[in-house]
Design a protein around this ligand. Structure first.
Ligand SMILES: NC(=O)c1ccc[n+]([C@@H]2O[C@H](COP(=O)([O-])OP(=O)(O)OC[C@H]3O[C@@H](n4cnc5c(N)ncnc54)[C@H](O)[C@@H]3O)[C@@H](O)[C@H]2O)c1
Length: 337
């Protein structure tokens, strides 16, 4: 009855593992640790250190752990890197995902929850963005995720795979034990908190001349614990026989970069200097979800996604782990046959 969590050593995956365990679900993780942290995983959770593109290993995990469903987080997720190295992204995020899907199919596993992204929409034509908004990604990262969405729809039609593809907006925040630790860090909130911790002098703001009330870009931040809860709800929905779905996961309201920085100043008591530079290519002025479809399908509401809560929780985590996750002891993983 085990849930296979790929990418469970990463930011969102590790918080989802935390919640699956709190709900009493057996979990096994497959992660190549290219971007994740072994110490984000509780020591008693089976960890297979390896790649989703290694079909023999995926078969082995399924067999040894009695896998019945999969939540698939494992991916590379740095947009600029995807522009520089599209081959890496299509291989890792799309091609290897197909290998994973085929190994699951071969084993008769028909429930799959997928980490998709609002980057599949490209430049928004309307705000808030609903699921039927045209999908025209502007980066290889966005395309690599859209290709998987396409595969899922076709695998459902042809092979009866049932899936929920969750298009996240901006994941943020932390639980007491798990937070955001990426290298390089491209997300706003951890970079703002780095300044408050004295690890950087100022926050780089990309663009102060957007057509928004304060000139900075507006994004929809959703707390990682709310995201994780939506994954547990998605599995339950599939188990209850609901049909496959593509769903936005956002809080449904936007905050500008300067609003985020102001909130962080209040919470941390630090002045957090700002350097406003030019816009980044392809960064839209606003990305805000219409989250109603997810709320209906999953019977789920974001509970802790107000900005204050998001930043306060991230701040507590970064104060506790100013250098990120502790380094792991020599590997304890179940990786060798
Ligand atoms: N963080 C966000 O705001 C956000 C927004 C939209 C979508 N997403 C998607 O959510 C998922 C999780 O994001 P995150 O921020 O937790 O990322 P992360 O980098 O923290 O975690 C990804 C994990 O996947 C692992 N991984 C990558 N490729 C692998 C492979 N081929 N085989 C095995 N393991 C592999 C990495 O080692 C890492 O532990 C990703 O699919 C990402 O595209 C994230």
């Amino acid at each position: 009855m085990t849930i296979l969590v790929t990418g469970g050593a990463g930011y969102i995956g590790s918080v989802t593992v935390e919640q699956l365990r709190q709900a009493g679900r057996p979990v096994a993780i497959l992660d190549n640790l290219s971007r994740g942290h072994q110490t984000a995983i509780p020591p008693d959770v089976p960890l297979y250190v390896g790649d989703i593109g290694d079909r023999a290993l995926v078969r082995r995990v399924i067999r040894e752990q009695g896998v019945v469903a999969c939540i698939h987080f494992a991916a590379l997720a740095l947009v600029p890197e995807s522009v520089e190295q599209p081959a890496l992204y299509y291989d890792n995020n799309a091609y290897r995902c197909q290998t994973l899907l085929d190994a699951l199919r071969e084993a008769g596993i028909g429930r799959f929850v997928f980490s998709s992204t609002c980057a599949t929409y490209g430049l928004p034509r309307a705000i808030p963005i609903a699921e039927d908004h045209p999908q025209q990604p502007i980066t290889p990262y966005g395309w690599s995720k859209l290709f998987v969405e396409r595969m899922l729809a076709d695998y459902d039609r042809a092979y009866g795979l049932r899936f929920v593809a969750l298009r996240y907006f901006n994941a943020a925040g932390a639980t007491a034990d798990r937070g955001e630790d990426h290298e390089p860090e491209t997300h706003l909130i951890p970079n703002v908190l780095r300044v408050a911790l004295g690890k950087a002098e100022a926050v780089q703001v990309y663009g102060g001349d957007y057509p928004t009330p304060d000139g900075t870009a507006i994004r929809d931040y959703i707390h990682v614990a709310d995201l994780a809860a939506a994954h547990v709800a998605a599995l339950d929905a599939l188990t209850a026989g609901q049909p496959s779905a593509f769903l936005n996961l956002g809080a449904g309201r936007g905050h500008s970069v300067l609003e985020v920085i102001d909130a962080a100043r209040r919470i941390t008591g630090h002045s957090i200097p700002v350097r406003v530079g030019s816009r980044r290519l392809g960064d839209p002025p606003q990305l805000v979800a219409d989250p109603r479809a997810a709320q209906g399908y999953l019977d789920w509401r974001p509970a802790v996604s107000d900005l204050e809560h998001i930043i306060a929780s991230a701040w507590r985590w970064h104060c506790r782990y100013p250098n990120g996750y502790p380094k792991a002891e020599p590997l304890r993983a179940v990786s060798e046959p």
